[in-house]
Write a new protein. Structure first.
Length: 214
């Protein structure tokens, strides 16, 4: 079985999208934190999520390697969430955010879900955690069967993760990711199929940043 490459292309809601696949080990650009040797494949979820959100807002795919280097150069690389506002603010200060199709108003990490829902319904985007330690992009919102939901673009395609799976309401078929399962000896012992684009319960969202469409 062949694993999925660095990106996947699909159409959804009339938009052409190119989404990053963080599970692909070919993302080798340095993204170290305190000299730990991390690469984008290991720690680039925030970078990939900004790129995914930008592609949704503008239809243009920005290169993750270039944003990763910008983040390293402007103090945007830290533990999950702690330096996310710093990176967004640096993108605003340098004008890079405009190129990515959004503005950021410096309001940090938020948890008021009513504001988030209205923000997404208005055509904006957000970055958030669906589970601790991992950043995804939120692209849209809806209500189905009395349940409010958000459209998550997850670079690590965690639709099958036990912390997320029971909150998933719909997976987008064209966003399927095939990845190898390796044991501690580096042997491929199986394969996993997950999805990078899915609808999930609004109430699972934590620690989000609002991105405003230009």
């Amino acid at each position: 079985m062949e694993t999925t490459g660095k990106t996947i292309a699909l159409e959804y809601q009339g938009r052409g999208l190119k989404l990053c696949n963080q599970r692909c080990r070919a993302w080798t650009h340095d993204y170290s934190y305190q000299g730990n040797g991390s690469t984008l494949s290991v720690a680039g979820c925030g970078i990939f999520s900004i790129v995914n959100a930008s592609c949704w807002l503008t239809g243009v795919f920005q290169e993750p390697d270039e944003l990763a280097q910008f983040s390293l150069d402007h103090g945007g690389r830290g533990d999950d969430g702690t330096d996310r506002p710093a990176l967004l603010q640096a993108m605003m200060d340098t004008g890079l955010a405009r190129e990515y199709g959004f503005s950021y108003r410096g309001d940090g990490l938020r948890n008021d879900l009513e504001t988030l829902y209205a923000h997404l319904k208005a055509g904006n985007a957000a970055l958030c955690n669906l589970r601790a330690g991992h950043i995804v992009a939120l692209l849209d919102a809806r209500e189905r069967d009395g349940i409010r939901q958000v459209l998550a673009a997850d670079p690590y395609s965690e639709s099958t993760d036990s912390r997320v799976a029971d909150h998933v309401r719909e997976v987008v078929p064209g966003s399927k990711i095939i990845s190898a399962i390796e044991n501690k000896n580096g042997l491929t012992v199986g394969w996993q199929c997950s999805h990078a684009l899915f609808w999930a319960d609004l109430d699972i969202v934590r620690d989000f940043n609002l991105l405003y469409r230009l």
